[in-house]
Ligand binder design. Structure first.
Ligand code: ADP
Ligand code: ZN
Length: 734
């Protein structure tokens, strides 16, 4: 680099020219534009930095993609305006990765780079590190002091070992301040994110033989591994042991977890073991805090990054291992906006660059990954038992068809009795209300029957406007009838029940304290953590919630998990609905009996015979996998076929449909073996006055695929009336 600038100095007549990719994510603009560099900025110019440039009448920011020098007389180029950030924001690995992503997802290059960076960096906004204030008990406080009820409550909380984080509690600040003044509480500032304070020495558990064997395999050979380990089998301990191995070698690690399970409990476990080497990126951080964490990572101050999907782009150097926990989770696929990438694919790409291993872990691996494991594309490892001989919880499946007369509201007599039993024993309960896919389908209240597409075996979606049932894969349409074809009862409904209703029922049926956790009650920043903390402190008996309560939580006093309605997620119009249901039920069951006390699980269902439900009884993932694979094969779904969704949307539904048909026709002319379905109206057919149609491709191998699809995108890229989006391996069909 140095010699390069010397040459410029000597021959003064040359100008530095840079290729800049500007920040407009439109297909039509997605290319590198050339600018010249004014002398005073030359010394700061590097590939991968951010600059501001004139673009038409606007000033835009962009990334320097390349540097060349040329005779100033070559052409009249505009000059860059400024260097926004002297540090490199995209290193050479990430610059290359972006190009591969663009090619694999058919998105714009700029969108691929933007998704790698924290928001604050994009705005050029440099936030300061925020410190959290914690309060803990001063053990030597004057016991003769008198306290009011609020103060007593606070003292009680901290005496149990809790630490109060100022921004997470809604107890009065004046009480807190009084307690500090009286020397009862000690204030502590920390940059770190944690809920529990613990001054006990960290003791690393001795790994079981099964765990040690997994660790030895992974550190023994560079590969992509799939670890199938039942809930509570000690996967997280295995991850930490592997990370420590690489840490000792001076290497870094990435751990991806679904956002929902990125709880304080999880982060706390890693921080206890690795302290300040951890950078945790989670939704509880402000944009400024995310930026700070990102900077720590880029500067090499953190060696272990934990975060959700986008943490896969963490700018670590010298990576030793990339771990994806709960690898089956659909949160690893970005659906909207583009780039529609899967974190698993990015992890594998990065592992090639770093010559490191990838470890995918799950109690219910995705069918795609398990199939690759069986074929040997991934190396399969397993932890079939819970640690130290602990049993998996006993699962009872309750047939709600038979219970209907004995049940009260949404509660079967079995679930009612189990709840009463736990309340008496002062043990805690988690209740799952399965809300996925509610109210878009019609189901029979009497027998649980749902209407399915005769071609695709996909639940038909109810369209209120036309009072019809439609298949979103192939477009099949059916009339809504009012008697159930199965049991002949007039009991069809399409109404869902909410958590609030269940909460009311609980309060009527039991004398208990219910904590409701759903998207409404957790939308306020910090509420999620606060709820987890108060449930842990046994301020509540029952934690009632949506999917949020199913993952990652570890409460030793929870001995009963109840599922109010196992079926709803079975009815989502998606070929993965059985897989998602099995995995959700298995996950939530895994929350029960994680400590000394044995746990039980009660699953209420109208479809007790459905394999996605009946196989939960014995936690039998392998049988589920086999059965589901047979269905996938016969209906030509992944992992036997790839799926690609082409979404065509716009305000004029007639125009959109006719263009969608044209696209389909041209695809039919160009593809040889691909199955083309649709165009069919999407399950979110009309959104914000925009109509959406899907064309679904099923293919095994289609040489022309990317070529043809990018021509389709090119054809429409400047047409404002229509938007074409392509999603390879979509995680959901909307
Ligand atoms: P998973 O991630 O598979 O659900 P965890 O790693 O959370 O399992 O382990 C479940 C529980 O068992 C945790 O409380 C953990 O601390 C404990 N545990 C894991 N491995 C061991 C071990 N080798 N010895 C003792 N306890 C362990
Ligand atoms: Zn169909």
């Amino acid at each position: 680099m140095l010699s390069f600038f010397v040459i410029i100095d000597i021959y003064g007549g040359d100008t530095l020219i840079v290729g800049v990719l500007v920040e407009i994510s439109a297909k039509a603009v997605d290319k590198v534009f050339e600018y010249s560099v004014p002398c005073e900025l030359e010394k700061d110019i590097k590939v991968g930095i951010r600059v501001s440039v004139p673009f038409g009448r606007m000033t835009l920011e962009g990334f320097v993609m390349e540097i060349k020098n040329s005779k100033s007389t070559d052409k009249e180029l505009k000059e860059i305006i400024d260097v926004v950030d002297k540090d490199i924001v995209l290193n050479s690995e990430l610059l290359e990765l972006g190009k591969v992503m663009r090619d694999n997802t058919l998105s714009t290059l700029i969108s691929c780079y933007q998704v790698m960076l924290p928001k604050a960096l994009k705005a050029g906004n440099t936030g300061n590190i925020k410190y959290y204030t914690y309060y803990k008990l001063n053990n030597d406080y004057d016991k003769s002091l008198k306290f009011n009820d609020t103060q007593k409550k606070i003292i009680d909380m901290v005496s149990k070992g809790s630490v109060i984080r100022k921004d997470l509690v809604d107890i009065s600040l004046s009480s807190l301040n009084t307690l500090i003044k009286k020397g009862v509480l000690l204030e502590e500032k920390s940059e770190h994110y944690r809920v529990n304070y613990s001054n006990e020495e960290f003791v690393k558990p001795v790994l079981t033989n099964e765990q040690q064997a997994v660790v030895d395999s992974v550190i023994g050979e560079t590969n992509t591994y799939l670890l199938y380990g039942v809930t509570g089998s000690g996967k997280t301990e295995v991850y930490m042991e592997i990370i420590e191995h690489y840490l000792n070698m001076g290497k870094t690690s990435i751990v991806l977890v679904p956002e929902i399970s990125l709880t304080p409990q999880m982060i706390d476990r890693f921080e206890k073991r690795f302290g300040k080497k951890i950078a945790a990126i989670h939704s509880g951080l402000s944009d400024g805090e995310k930026y700070d964490e990102y900077r720590r990572i880029a500067r090499g101050e953190a060696s272990i990054v934990i975060g959700a999907r986008s943490a896969v782009f963490a700018p670590l150097k010298n990576i030793g291992i990339i771990i994806i926990d709960e690898e089956h989770s659909d949160s690893y696929k970005q659906s909207d906006p583009s780039p529609r990438y899967h974190a698993r694919d990015i992890a594998i790409l990065r592992s090639k660059y770093h010559k490191c291993s990838v470890l995918l872990g799950s109690a219910t691996p995705s069918l795609e990954s398990m199939a690759r494991g069986e074929k040997g594309v991934y190396k399969l490892l397993s932890l079939p038992h819970r640690v130290n001989g602990k049993e998996l919880p006993k699962v009872s499946i309750v047939d709600m068809n038979k219970e209907i007369k004995r049940s009260k509201g949404h509660f079967s007599s079995i679930l009612i009795n189990s709840i009463n039993d736990r309340l008496e024993k002062k043990e805690q309960i988690i209740l799952l209300l399965n809300r996925r896919g509610y109210s878009s389908f019609v189901t029979c209240k009497n027998c649980g029957y749902t209407f399915k597409c005769p071609n695709c075996d996909i639940t038909l979606t109810y369209h209120k406007s036309s009072n019809t049932l439609r298949c979103h894969y192939c477009g099949y349409g059916g009339k809504v009838v009012d008697t159930c074809p199965e049991c002949k009862e007039k009991a069809l409904n399409n109404l869902g029940v909410g958590t609030q209703k269940i909460e009311e029922e609980l309060n009527k049926l039991f004398n208990c304290r219910v904590l409701r956790m759903d998207f409404d009650t957790t939308s306020k920043k910090g509420m999620h953590e606060k709820m987890i903390e108060s449930f842990k402190n046994h301020e509540y008996d029952i934690l009632l919630g949506t999917q949020m309560v199913a993952k990652g939580l570890d409460f030793s006093n929870v001995t009963l998990v109840g599922v109010i309605n196992a079926d709803t997620s079975l009815n989502i119009p998606d070929f993965r609905s059985s897989e998602n249901t099995f995995s959700l039920l298995n996950q939530v069951a895994g929350r029960s009996g994680r400590s000394e006390k044995t746990g039980t699980v009660v699953i209420q269902t109208y479809n007790p015979e459905h394999y996605a439900i009946s196989l939960c009884e014995k936690h039998d993932y392998i049988s589920f996998y086999k059965q589901e694979m047979m269905i996938r094969r016969s209906l030509k779904y992944p992992p036997y076929y790839y799926i690609c969704n082409i979404r065509v949307s716009g305000k004029d539904s007639n125009y959109i449909l006719s263009e969608a048909l044209k696209i389909k026709n041209s695809l039919e002319r160009n593809f040889s073996s691909t199955i083309i379905l649709g165009p069919s109206s999407s399950s979110l057919f009309k959104m914000n006055n925009t109509y959406r149609y899907n064309i679904i491709l099923k293919y095994k191998k289609e040489d022309n695929l990317y070529n043809v699809l990018s021509k389709v995108l090119d054809h429409y890229k400047t047409n404002p009336k229509i938007k074409v989006d392509i999603d390879f391996n979509p995680s959901q069909m909307i």
